[in-house]
Design a protein around this ligand. Structure first.
Ligand code: ATP
Ligand code: MG
Length: 295
């Protein structure tokens, strides 16, 4: 039986809605039609894998979800609000507070401790530079090693084992706790394993309690066992109510999610529950449990 959503989340509020959405890139005189009329709804607490061959439009769609890019045609509604109608400052706030991004290559600042990396989105939030940081983090492949020097003041506070628990530090500490990495708070990225680095990146994405966690190939640089551990973490976040959207090339990773959307040449060619979601739906009682007498 094909259903559009896993049954348990089917009645939740939509967080992401794409309506006949197109994205066309212009490269010189050439047009690249990266998304071709995508219609899609993702609801609160869904656990979605996006799959498809290289170049099929997965990252383009994630960047639009994260308000890092805009569609050429069609509408994107985030939490029910058309994103195109947001002002620049509203957009900056949405990017900073509603969206958490995780990348294949972690994108941690090498000279900062895990804790300081997780604190960064909070550090730049009030100055407006948070938006700059998000952009830097979001386009790492184009910026590469220049990230560190572009983040103002980044290296000045690196070594400090600041003991003052200001609110930012407390929130970053809590985020590290959520990813089970408190014992590595004062390690720098080169003192962490790949899986631990990705945990720091997930903590950084979670530190503002975003509505949506977007992860573009989060296990792509990890061996399969470590990848499974990161998926254990995403499972836990999904169980806590987080909306999680993951791009992956790996069937085993997608199978851990509850819904799989497949893209081909910028179009959705398949959208349905995973075997795991179908199992979970079967295991649930069809009728509500009877009210206990005297309760
Ligand atoms: N900034 C850009 N300018 C021009 N074309 C782009 C740009 N970004 C992506 N494209 C093109 O859009 C199409 C979709 O790219 P996208 O990065 O979304 O693919 P993908 O599914 O994420 O692929 P991969 O699995 O390799 O990461 C590709 O043909 C790509 O070349
Ligand atoms: Mg991609």
């Amino acid at each position: 039986m094909i259903q559009a959503h896993p049954p348990t989340e089917a009645l939740n509020k939509p967080v992401i809605e794409l309506v006949d959405l197109h994205k066309i890139y212009r490269v010189g005189t050439e047009l690249v039609h990266a998304l071709r009329g995508v219609n899609l709804t993702i609801r609160e607490n869904e656990y979605v894998a996006i799959m498809g061959p290289s170049g099929s439009g997965k990252s383009t769609m994630m960047n639009i979800f994260g308000c890092l890019d805009v569609p050429t045609e069609g509408e994107y509604r985030l939490g029910g609000h058309p994103v195109a109608r947001l002002s620049q400052s509203q957009l900056a706030r949405v990017r900073g507070e509603q969206i958490g991004f995780v990348f294949q290559s972690f994108e941690l600042l090498p000279r900062m401790t895990a804790l300081k990396n997780v604190e960064l989105p909070l550090t730049y939030q009030r100055t407006g530079a948070g938006d700059l940081l998000k952009t830097l983090i979001a386009v790492p492949r184009r910026i590469g090693g220049a990230i560190v020097s572009l983040v103002p003041g980044g290296s000045g506070q690196v070594n400090g084992q600041s003991s003052d628990m200001n609110p930012r530090t407390m929130r970053a500490t809590e985020a590290l706790r959520r990813v089970n990495l408190l014992d590595r708070a004062h390690h720098r990225p080169n003192q962490l394993s790949g899986g631990q680095k990705q945990r720091v990146a997930v903590a950084r994405a979670l530190v503002q309690n975003p509505d949506i966690l977007l992860a573009d190939e989060p296990t792509g640089n990890l061996d399969s066992k470590t990848g499974e551990e990161i998926m254990d973490l995403f499972d836990q976040l999904h169980a806590e109510g987080q909306t999680v959207i993951i791009v992956t090339h790996e069937d085993a990773i997608a199978a851990r999610c509850k819904r799989v959307i497949r893209l081909l040449d910028g179009e959705i060619v398949e959208d349905g529950p995973t075997a795991r979601a179908a199992e979970a739906a079967k295991a649930k009682p069809v009728t509500p449990a009877p009210v206990t007498e005297g309760a």
